[in-house]
Write a protein that binds this ligand. Sequence first.
Ligand code: HEM
Length: 370
Amino acid sequence: THRVPFYGRHQAGIATPAQDRLAFAAFDITAVDVQDVQVMLGTWAAAASQLTKGLQVGAVEVSPDRPPIDTGEALGLSPANLTITVGFGPSLFDDRFGLAAKRPAALAPIPALPGDTLDPQRSGGDLCVQACADDPQVAFHAIRNFARLARGTAVMRWSQLGFGRTSSTSRSQDTPRNLMGFKDGTNNIKDEDTDELDRFVWVGRETDQPWMRGGSYVVARRIRMLIESWDTDFLSDQEKVFGRYKDSGAPLTGKHEFDTVRLAAARAGKPVIDANAHIRLAAPESNGGKKLLRRGYSYTDGIDPDTGLLDAGLFFIAFQQDPRTQFVPIQRRLGGSDLLNEYIRHTGSGVWACPPGVSAAGDWWGKSLF
Ligand code: HEM
């Protein structure tokens, strides 16, 4: 049916098998009255329930004398497994709306991390909306209509399109390749790993904010790849950077993609997987056992006018129970000495609290927060 249910205990678009396309947007609230925010979130939830069924936003159009409510470009297209996932940024909990006491401790702004070259115009935002679908027009249509419904209450701060998934989040999926040509998502949390989802992804009783139970925190990082430079690197060095073979995706200590990574294995006193290889530094063994659910997308935004080089890379998205003990320490380690750093630049960043799922018509994101 190509339909992912919108209502549920958890928001769709997190453990949902990663769709092929992404349209992501961060919004800033312009309204001063918290009721306007509530009304907008309610309107968005009603719209999301329609869109994820492949229906238009709003009632059937009747009046030729006003603009149509739905912009129309998804008419006749399948829902394409559309999911719409909404998150609240730390800035939503400042003094404006009286929500300061409701801010979860885990929703702390991401601190400065080694190697950061962040553009404030591609970072932050009071709200985020992640639309994923197997059809790019369906994903874009959702974001465009959300922006329209937000008019007068919130404005889009920045947005990012992703043209291909760079992770698998289900054992039913093949592992896709990122723009460096490597399989990405091999050692990811999969939706079948319900135990790991509870331990690392879904917020549980440990939270200081009951309204977040069943939710998750998302960190997005726009990571530009220095593609031209990467493309001049020898194959053996590319494989050393990740600690995996390019063709098979197998760890350098194994033969097949899903072989266990043996970080301790050494050859003539030197580790087979380099001391600064990406999969060593990112591995749970190097990070107090912590894991992330990665759900990123490849992007390209044309040519960098300053250099004439491609502006392309990975729009990294990761869901987790607490960024303070998951994304932040992992990225601090990677940003320090990952061999990959020679070929990447982090250019955008954001963190948002994604509340639990919308339960039914009349409910909306974070209703129990306000
Ligand atoms: C693993 C690519 C950034 C966390 C991998 C793998 C590749 C890869 C090819 C091995 C296959 C797999 O297990 O999925 C990249 C690229 C990046 C990037 C190209 C930037 C452009 C990041 C960042 C983080 C991260 C920013 C987190 C802060 C991980 C983790 C693993 C992994 C946790 C699994 C390690 C393991 O347990 O074996 N990445 N990655 N990656 N990456 Fe990245």
